[in-house]
Write a protein of this length. Sequence first.
Length: 87
Amino acid sequence: MGLTVDEFLRGLPGLAGGNPWVHEKGRVRLQMREGEVSMRLEPLPDRRLAALSIPVTRIEIDLSALPGAARKPFLARFDLHYRRGGG
């Protein structure tokens, strides 16, 4: 994703929607009503385009503790919450 770990964490309360979450040692655990979502955050080198520098963080999402019916809605919410516009 084109953001820093800190930027991702600043947006996490909105994604969590009041559900509890914990960040420690590059991992986030988000406790949803349906089950837990685990995310691994890995900062990567910035992406450079001429004078432009874009931060990059790899986000690995583990939905294995969520029932199948809850996975697609979570990913849709994640996508909508972290989508960035441009022009």
